[in-house]
Design a binder for this molecule. Structure first.
Ligand code: ZN
Ligand code: ZN
Length: 282
């Protein structure tokens, strides 16, 4: 079985190790069919980011050309060994959806897919980077963890229903569980998550099975098995993503997850070529 990894980060993203070519070479060694180069989209196009270490979250916008050109060159150089796909992991910040547009349009004929992700929540004290451990000290600004989860899934629903926000794939669907700070009212949060899944089906976007959660305190992929079962029942397609921040993490635990997906009933994975979806069998 030839597997595809649709979620990776490189030194362009500042907090990840390895240049793009090292990732492509690692993908060839691991015999992957696709290596998706999905840099975090630049944060310096957004407002209100002063209280977060945003220069550690992504490349600055003046490196976008260099990232895309570098990726195009690698796509050509290694085309007989692995299919290099070019994407971005794009943050959804509800009030600033339009901020990315002019840059994304510039590269639209080169981009294969976009992962829509939520790493920051709009709160009464500004943008809250809930998945950055340095922001754990702000968790007590909320009444309880349910408030964070509710804010997150409401934001997820807003992302999915935003006509202005263009994306193909939902990234790490239940990310707030990362540090194993779980909801009090699991049922309530599940319900809110399932509401987002139904919207995702309606919009016809795919959801990634992101294995980075297995390397985090929660020790579980995103989304949970319970959510994946709901996704299968709704007929939502999936892709695999390691969210590698080092070339060694490429295709992390993909065999384990492929086995789980098959057990749940999945027989295919999605694949993107310039935004057009097709499928591979598993
Ligand atoms: Zn990252
Ligand atoms: Zn992410």
């Amino acid at each position: 079985m030839i597997l595809e990894d649709w979620h990776t980060h490189s030194s362009f993203c500042r907090h990840a190790t390895g240049n793009l070519e090292q990732y492509v070479k690692a993908a060839i060694i691991k015999k992957l069919g696709v290596i998706g180069l999905s840099a975090h989209f630049p944060y310096d196009v957004l407002d209100g980011i002063e209280n977060m270490p945003y220069h550690e979250y992504s490349m600055p916008k003046d490196e976008l050309d260099s990232f895309v050109l570098n990726a195009i060159n690698l796509r050509e150089k290694y085309k007989n060994q692995v299919s290099v796909k070019i994407g971005f992991e794009l943050d959804f910040v509800e009030k600033q959806v339009d901020k990315h547009h002019e840059y994304l349009e510039r590269y639209s004929d080169q981009i294969d897919y976009i992962i829509g992700s939520i790493h920051n929540l709009e709160t009464h004290f500004g943008l809250f980077a809930f998945d950055d451990f340095r922001f754990l000290k702000y968790y007590d600004k909320f009444e309880d963890t349910d408030e964070i989860y509710m804010n997150y899934f409401k934001t997820m629903q807003a992302m999915i229903s935003s006509e202005q926000f263009h994306f193909t794939t939902i990234g790490h669907f239940d990310l707030p569980k990362k540090f194993k700070i779980l909801p009090n009212n699991k049922e309530l949060i599940m319900k809110e998550g399932i509401k987002a899944l139904k919207m995702a089906k309606k919009r016809d976007v795919v959801i990634e099975i992101n294995t980075s959660g297995l390397r985090k305190p929660i020790k579980e992929q995103y989304p949970s098995k319970e959510f994946i079962k709901e996704m299968f029942n709704l007929g939502i397609d999936v892709v695999l993503g390691s969210d590698a921040h080092h070339p060694n993490e490429l295709a992390y635990e993909f065999e384990l997850l492929t086995t789980l997906l098959k057990k749940i009933g999945y027989e295919r994975l999605a694949h993107f070529d310039k935004g057009i979806i097709s499928y591979i069998k598993i």
